[in-house]
Ligand binder design. Structure first.
Ligand code: ZN
Length: 453
């Protein structure tokens, strides 16, 4: 990280230390105190920080506050709009921006990004490739304002999440699935290679029948999964059969959900076709990922059971069709337009929606493009923001995030203007704080915390 003053507060700090230590007051600037040097390295202040901004949105109530103040200490929000505002050394005015809770993307793949070689990476790359990717894409994602993700990326993003919690790297907090569960030869298996090249069992997430599924769930949880991801149906970005085909039976999905629940863990089901979606909802999964072919019966059951739809629709605009093998491209062209129709019907019918993008299928960092789709389909800007805050926090069982309120984690972002008037400002995040640590702060068009991304 550059050894420049990241927040414009250095002069205040130097002045304060000069006043406190008159013996050091000379014509040349005094040396940095250990605390100042530590802040420059970590973006973290010792003691409380006051954040000021022209606006602050309470996404739960819809209330927009002006001349807003947040007080942060030890990585947590300790007050919102206190009166009087405490007099602290670290007082930052972010100006004409709106403060929002850090966004949550419930469907990412930080360990990779689609490319012309994606379909051979499984046999040409090592896990180190994914690890290096995850650090890079995590940095891009958190700087886009996404401070928590639910990621489906094997051991790599289990470790990424631990590194973030240690404060070692700048990336989103991670709710990891470790390896997704799927049937032999299904969308969550690696297909397209000769026998013996890429085979897996329950440890890799390939599991057939209820007992193997239970074993696979236990193994993922043993090694760090905080959610179980499964492929209830076939998919687009794989070489196997019709995209909507059901792959897990109701019996297998039920065994999976029940075993995960015994560990206090939810299941997220990738599902395109109606039969597979219905089975997953009946089995009690917490979310349907993609949900491409929804029926009225399915939507009503989702509403009744509180099953979230995680739509992942922005990718349809951005998936690089020309780089896909012909059979995969054909599946994409078949299913993506249908997925949009289903989302429109789900919004109109009132199905619970949690924000998710499938980032990695399109370039990381463009996650906020998903908001445009929801608003374009008639969802209010406030409800769109709720999908990536309170609704996603509910789905991910993280009640310490998703709202700017006392006691919540200090995961705070700022966007220019007013997102209730123009949702597109979510694509222009000016400030990111993660657990009280400033990791992006754009001033005069330049990020004072840039690490060269
Ligand atoms: Zn995905």
């Amino acid at each position: 990280m550059a050894m420049t003053n990241p927040t414009g507060k250095l002069s205040t700090l130097l002045l304060a230390s000069t006043l406190a230590l008159p013996a050091l007051a000379t014509l040349s600037p005094p040396p940095l105190t250990a605390q100042e040097a530590e802040h420059m390295h970590t973006g973290m202040y010792d003691g409380p920080t006051v954040l000021r901004a022209a606006r602050l949105l309470d996404v739960a109530t819809g209330q927009m506050y002006t001349n807003a103040v947040i007080v942060v200490e030890d990585g947590v929000i300790t007050a919102v709009n206190p009166d009087p505002v405490p007099d602290v050394m670290h007082d930052m005015d972010l100006g004409d921006v709106t403060l929002l809770p850090g966004f949550i993307d419930a469907h990412t793949h930080l360990a990779g990004e689609i490319s012309a070689t994606s379909f051979t990476d499984a046999v040409t790359r090592t896990e180190a490739f994914g690890a290096i990717n995850a650090v890079r894409f995590g940095a891009i994602t958190v700087r886009a304002g996404f401070t928590t993700v639910r990621d489906f990326g094997g051991d790599v993003t289990v470790e990424l999440g631990k590194a973030v919690e240690r404060g070692d790297i700048d990336a989103p907090r991670v709710i990891p699935s470790r390896n997704p569960l799927g049937v032999t030869g299904g969308h969550c298996d690696v297909t397209g290679f000769a026998p013996g090249i890429r085979e897996g069992g329950p440890e890799e997430g390939v599991a057939d029948g209820p007992w193997e599924v239970v074993q696979a769930v236990r193994y993922q949880i043993k090694h760090g999964a905080k959610v179980i991801k499964t492929c209830a149906t076939a998919g687009v970005l794989s070489m196997e059969g019709p995209v909507g085909a059901q792959q897990y039976s109701l019996e297998e999905l039920t065994a999976m959900v029940q075993e995960a629940a015994r560990h206090g863990i939810k299941v997220a089901a990738h599902a395109h076709g109606s039969e597979g979606i219905l089975a997953a909802v009946q089995a009690g999964v917490a979310s349907i990922e993609h949900g491409s072919i929804l029926t009225d019966e399915i939507m009503d059951l989702m509403i009744e059971k509180g099953t979230y739809l995680v739509p992942t629709t922005y990718l349809a605009d951005r998936i690089p069709l020309d780089e896909l093998p012909a059979p995969v491209r054909a599946k994409a062209e078949e299913i993506l337009p249908i997925m949009r129709v289903s989302l429109q019907r789900a919004i109109d019918r009132g199905v619970p929606i949690a924000f998710g993008t499938d980032a990695g299928v399109f370039p990381h960092g463009e996650n906020a493009g998903e908001f445009d789709i929801y608003v374009g389909m008639g969802m209010s800007e406030l409800d769109a923001l709720r999908t990536a805050t309170i609704h996603a926090a509910d789905l991910l069982d993280i009640p310490d995030r998703g709202r700017l309120a006392e006691g919540m984690l200090a995961d705070i972002i700022a966007v220019p203007g007013n997102p209730l008037d123009d949702i597109a400002v979510t694509k222009d995040v000016q400030f990111v704080m993660l657990g009280g640590r400033v990791i992006k702060h754009v001033m005069g068009g330049r990020d004072m915390h840039s690490m060269g991304h």
